[in-house]
Design a binder for this molecule. Structure first.
Ligand SMILES: [Ca+2]
Length: 253
C-alpha cells in the first residue's frame, strides 16, 4: 500500500435502473431470456416481482437476435402475431403515478407499434399502455380507459433506435409527459385516467395491445423495458436515459 492508499472508484459501476425504488417490472434482453429453437419463450422479470413475460405458442414467440445495438441482443417482433404476456395484477393503475421507459427499434412504421398494454378490470378497455403510433383508441398514443396523449399524425415514426420515457405524476392525464432520447415531445390530451389493472397473465402484453393483436402488433426490436410505480423525477429519468444511451449507443439530449 503506497502513501496515498487505495484508489477509490467514486463512480458506481454496478448502478442500473433497478437501483431506483418502485421498479415493478424490469426486462433486459441481455439477461433472463429463455429460448426455444431460437425464439423467446420467456423473458424473466429482474425486478424481483416475478412478472416474467412469456409466450406458450411457438408461432407467437419473438425471435432472439444477437448483436443488434452496441453488441446487445434484442427480441424481434414480427409485426404480425408475436407478443409476450405477463400478469397485470398489481401494476400501476387507477389514480397511481407511474413511469415507463423502454429501448426499441422499429422496422416498419406503417404498423401501429404498440409496445405494451394491460387491461382494465372491465376487460373492454385498458388501464395503461404505450403505442408509438397515432390513431389508437381515438387518436391516443398513450392510452387508458378512454384517455390518451396524442403526439400527432404518424406518432413516433422513426426507425432509428430510440429511448422512450413517459411519466404520469398524478391521475390527471394532463400531467403525462413523454420523451424521446431525452427530448420532451409536444402532446395534446383528452380524457381521464381511471383504469384499474386486471388480474391474470393474459391481461398484459408486450408487443401488442392485449385483445387487439392483429391490429396493433409492434414490428421491430425491443431491448429494454421497465415500469415504476411512481413518477421518476427529472434527475432520475435523465440518469436512466443516459445509462441506456451509453449501453445501447444512442445519443441522449
Ligand atoms: Ca410469429
Amino acid at each position: 500500500m503506497g502513501r496515498w492508499g487505495r484508489v477509490i472508484n467514486i463512480k458506481s459501476p454496478s448502478w442500473s435502473p433497478l437501483k431506483l425504488s418502485g421498479c415493478v417490472l424490469y426486462l433486459d434482453s441481455s439477461m433472463g431470456v429463455t429460448l426455444s429453437s431460437g425464439y423467446v419463450s420467456q423473458w424473466a422479470d429482474q425486478s424481483g416481482n416475478g412478472r416474467h413475460a412469456s409466450q406458450s405458442t411457438a408461432a407467437y414467440r419473438p425471435l432472439y437476435v444477437t448483436n443488434v445495438l452496441n453488441g446487445r441482443p434484442a427480441l424481434r417482433f414480427d409485426g404480425s402475431d408475436d407478443y409476450l404476456t405477463f400478469n397485470a395484477s398489481g401494476m400501476p393503475s387507477g389514480s397511481s403515478p407511474r413511469t415507463a421507459i423502454f429501448v426499441v427499434k422499429r422496422t416498419d412504421t406503417s404498423r401501429r407499434g404498440d409496445v405494451f398494454s394491460y387491461r382494465d378490470t372491465d376487460t373492454l378497455y385498458h388501464a395503461w399502455g404505450v403505442t408509438l403510433d397515432s390513431g389508437v383508441l381515438g387518436d391516443n398514443d398513450i392510452f387508458g380507459n378512454y384517455w390518451g396523449v396524442s403526439i400527432g399524425q404518424g406518432g413516433i415514426a422513426d426507425t432509428n433506435p430510440m429511448i422512450i420515457s413517459t411519466t404520469l405524476p398524478s391521475t390527471n392525464v394532463y400531467s403525462t409527459r413523454l420523451w424521446k432520447n431525452g427530448t420532451e415531445l409536444t402532446k395534446s390530451y383528452h380524457g381521464n385516467v381511471d383504469g384499474t389493472a386486471a388480474t391474470g397473465t393474459s391481461q398484459a402484453s408486450i408487443g401488442v395491445t392485449t385483445g387487439l393483436i392483429s391490429d396493433t402488433a409492434f414490428k421491430g426490436d425491443i431491448l429494454f423495458f421497465a415500469i415504476y410505480n411512481r413518477a421518476l423525477s427529472d434527475a432520475e429519468r435523465q440518469k436512466v436515459e443516459r445509462w441506456l444511451g451509453a449501453r445501447y449507443g444512442i445519443t441522449v439530449a
